[in-house]
Design a protein around this ligand. Structure first.
Ligand SMILES: [Zn+2]
Length: 413
């Protein structure tokens, strides 16, 4: 088997890895780069026979639109539904790829490759590591993972029964030189949210990704324990609807302590697309909360929000200081390298006397000790860094490390 990291050997995101036999060329992930200075990828030259997507984050699947639509793209079914959800609410066309799905822990075949997907804990749901076997060789690709979220047991499951005789481990290292001391796990974030809700005098806005399901569950738990109501938008409601098909633990609009706030733009998207959304709009309206209800008792509510909603946040300052819990990557507030909608306003809230600004977030990625545990469990003959800014640090921490450059081919022997 031959391997080539086309992108991702020295950066976080934009991952594209090629595994090839004489007959078949497989790509692991097809990500959009997060950095503007990334290695350029020409898909027309790569011509893969199939693409395997580890999870529904842009930096792992974002290039699928550029792929010839006949090429099979393998992704978890929920992951695909969440990719579709984001596209629909952004008003973008759905990708017209030739999608295929797999079942967790069930081996399947793509030509002469045998693939076993290992469901993992990550800040995206439906995230996988892949065991890829061909030509008598075994490659394990970690994808993005951690062991500090609500699905940490999945990592323990891998440790208890690791696939044996791994020739090559491709392991992510996002957290190399980073630590998670302030919020080591999702439970610590949940406790912080709860503490703020317990004492709130006005509304609390929690700024987090609608696709961070662990965070939505944490927010819901905090609301339940403090007798608050969680307000979500139509997009978040649709995301939860998708996840609830496979997990009864996630909140949905049918839960008593969940209310939906109608946004005109999102409402139109649903209304104009009954083929896709079915009777969802009708159901949403049964669980709506109006602005009058929110203003009548703002301290009853936790509003799960995007950064771009500062206009709504402003409305509640007339009742006194509002709480803002910033619950995503701090880098989005760094205005120098970011043009995200709302970043400027939210960043300014850090110094606003009418805002109690709190940071509460934990990483989607494995800390060094968790990376150690994976490497120890899998005992690979070779370990190659991926999805890291510090590939050269690996040799300090792990045995049998080999670094590859973007585009550098390697034949497994
Ligand atoms: Zn990810």
């Amino acid at each position: 088997m031959k391997i080539c990291i086309h992108r991702g050997s020295k950066e976080i995101g934009g991952t594209v890895i090629e595994l090839a036999t004489d007959k078949t060329k497989l790509l692991l992930d097809l990500g959009l780069p997060l950095s503007k200075n990334s290695t350029h990828i020409d898909l027309s030259v790569l011509e893969p026979d199939a693409v395997l997507i580890s999870h529904p984050h842009q930096d792992h699947f974002g290039l699928i639109d550029q792929l010839d639509s006949s090429v099979p793209v393998y992704v978890g079914e929920l992951g695909k539904n969440l990719i579709f959800a984001a596209r629909k609410f952004l008003g973008q066309d759905l990708p017209d790829n030739n999608f295929h799905h797999f079942e967790k822990w069930q081996p399947f075949q793509i030509a002469d490759f045998c693939i076993t997907p290992y469901l993992m804990d990550h800040s995206a749901v439906d995230s996988y590591s892949f065991l890829v076997e061909a030509d008598g060789k075994k490659v394990f690709y970690s994808g993005d993972f951690r062991a500090s979220g609500n699905k940490a047991f999945l990592f323990d499951k891998l440790l208890q029964d690791p696939p044996p005789n791994i020739d090559l481990l491709l392991m992510e290292g996002t957290m190399m030189r980073r630590n998670t001391d302030r919020f080591p796990d999702e439970a610590s974030v949940r406790r912080k949210i709860e503490e703020i809700l317990q004492n709130q005098q006005n509304i609390t806005f929690l700024i987090a990704s609608s696709q961070n399901i662990d965070r939505l569950v944490s927010a819901m738990h905090a609301c339940e324990r403090t007798n608050k109501v969680m307000v979500i938008d139509f997009y978040t409601a649709w995301v939860l609807e998708q996840v609830s098909q496979v997990s009864y633990k996630v909140p949905t609009i049918d839960w008593e302590q969940v209310k939906v706030y109608a946004d005109r733009g999102m409402n139109m998207r649903i209304k104009n697309d009954p083929d896709f959304f079915g009777d969802f709009q009708r159901r949403l309206y049964r669980h709506r909360v109006t602005i009058d209800e929110l203003e009548a008792a703002p301290a009853r509510y936790l509003y799960y929000s995007k950064m771009s909603r500062s206009r709504i946040m402003e409305l509640y300052k007339k009742f006194g200081p509002i709480n803002i819990i910033y619950s995503q990557w701090l880098g989005y507030l760094n205005l120098k390298n970011n043009d995200m909608q709302g970043a400027k306003e939210i960043s300014a809230y850090q110094n606003d006397p009418l805002v109690n600004f709190t940071y509460a977030h934990t990483s989607g990625h494995a800390t060094l000790d968790i990376l150690h545990k994976m490497a120890e469990a899998l005992q690979p003959a070779q370990l190659i860094p991926i999805h890291t800014e510090h590939p050269n640090d690996y040799a300090k921490h792990f045995d049998r490390v080999m670094t590859l450059k973007d585009g550098e081919p390697l034949k497994l022997s």
